[in-house]
Write a protein that binds this ligand. Structure first.
Ligand code: DI6
Ligand code: FE
Length: 405
């Protein structure tokens, strides 16, 4: 990456300094050796950088590149047929009998080759990147057997090689109980989930370990066994918790120092205070809330009151959140959850980085990796304000600084 300076920009640095967006109105940013070297007022660029290639942005907005910290973007098939059946009046049982639900995605994923899974994920990856996303979390969890769980994670790693995007993987073997282990969830955890996790760790395929703690999935006790294995393997944990009911998942995850706890519509005060004490991020997923027509709002005011940081992500998956637009998730978090435009931008940058355990991205500050988004807007609130409109001018990443989509 050649060194350069951008000037005359409105820079939402998203540093945690108390000022709205940590905005620099007429700002400049200097990039050297792929890192942010300096950021400040346009008329105060140090002479060290005055010799560098300089571009004026004429007041356009610059933010950290966006981070989607919760996706199931690698998956076989789709569930458009179910969507259609339900809207034509089919009952839940009829959809299930026709092979619908999470297990239909498991079947399609098991049947898909590594190449198939890469090919089907790329359009969704490209859509996210076209909106300024430079880091994407990708979960396994549609394999539910050793071979397919590992294949999903390999696909995630390959995506990072063929696209200019960072990928963080989460092993989600404890996502659902596969049909061959029906009513034998404990045996599934012992015989498949934990051995697959150990293999994923041995091959360097997992950056974190996730689970689905829910009445229709796994109990806190079962998740704890997976998290104990994660701990032995020195992998951080995160958890889908309190999405449909309060199972005490947030408290459990916090007791393992979880990076994040995700969904949380049904979390209570005890779960929130435990997250606060553990420093866990609350990941808001309004795409699933919208698709499932959920009524119970996540307790945003409680997170604010206790100072629990909130991230926003797409939850991109073929069932409960067929959403591959992080800007739309940000808009939904404002309109449905009443988060502020500043909260959702922090939630898709600085806080999202924290939910992934990354400290070198998500802010525009000296020392951070140069991952920026330039937007054809003036006010940062515009990013969350419009619906289905993409104002990205370009992404700038350490790998490819020039104009690209
Ligand atoms: N919660 C969700 O909303 C998704 N997974 C999860 O744990 C649902 C995934 C799917 O329906 O395929
Ligand atoms: Fe999810």
């Amino acid at each position: 990456m050649p060194d350069f300076v951008l000037t005359n920009a409105r820079i939402a640095t998203m540093a945690d300094n108390g000022a709205p967006y940590a905005l620099i109105d007429n700002g400049a940013v200097a990039v050297r050796d792929g890192r942010i070297a300096w950021v400040g007022a346009s008329d105060a660029v140090p002479t060290d950088y005055s010799g560098l290639k300089t571009e004026t942005l004429d007041g356009r907005l610059v933010t950290p590149a966006l981070i989607d910290c919760h996706t199931h973007i690698v998956a076989g098939g789709d569930r458009a047929n179910e969507f259609e059946m339900r809207l034509n009046g089919a009952s839940y049982e009829e959809v299930a009998r026709a092979g619908g639900g999470i297990i239909s995605t498991v079947k399609a994923t098991r049947a898909a080759s590594e190449d198939d899974l890469v090919a089907s994920a790329l359009p969704r990856i490209d859509q996210l990147m076209s909106e300024g996303v430079a880091t994407i979390e990708v979960k396994s969890g549609y394999g539910l057997d050793m071979e397919t769980e590992l294949r999903m994670l390999r696909v995630a790693r390959r995506i990072a090689q063929i696209r200019d995007v960072r990928v963080r993987t989460s092993f989600l073997g404890a996502h659902a109980i596969p049909p061959e282990y029906r009513d034998r969830a404990d045996a599934y955890i012992d015989e498949v989930c934990i051995p697959a996790l150990e293999q994923a760790a041995a091959e360097g395929l997992a950056d974190a370990v996730d689970g689905f703690c829910e009445s229709i999935a796994f109990t806190p006790q079962q998740i704890a066994r997976v998290f104990d294995a994660a701990k032995r393997l020195c992998l951080p944990v995160k958890l889908h918790a309190e999405q449909l009911t309060d199972q005490g998942g947030a408290k459990l995850a916090a007791s393992y120092g979880a990076l994040s706890v995700d969904h949380l519509e049904y979390v209570g005060d005890d779960g929130v205070t435990a997250m606060k004490d553990a420093g866990s991020v609350a990941v808001m997923l309004p795409g699933a809330f919208y698709t499932l027509r959920e009524r119970q709002l996540p307790p945003i005011d409680l997170f604010r009151k206790h100072g629990v940081p909130m991230a926003v992500a797409t939850d991109c998956n073929p069932g409960s959140s067929p959403l591959s637009s992080l800007l739309t998730a940000m808009n939904m978090a404002c309109t449905l959850f009443r988060m502020t435009p500043e909260e959702v931008l922090a939630g898709a940058t600085r806080i999202a980085a924290r939910a992934l355990g990354l400290s070198d991205t998500g802010m525009i500050a000296p020392g951070q990796t140069a991952e920026l988004a330039v937007w054809n807007v003036e006010s940062p609130a515009e990013l969350a304000y419009r619906i289905a409109f993409n104002p990205l001018e370009r992404r700038i990443t350490a790998a490819k600084p020039s104009k690209e989509t």
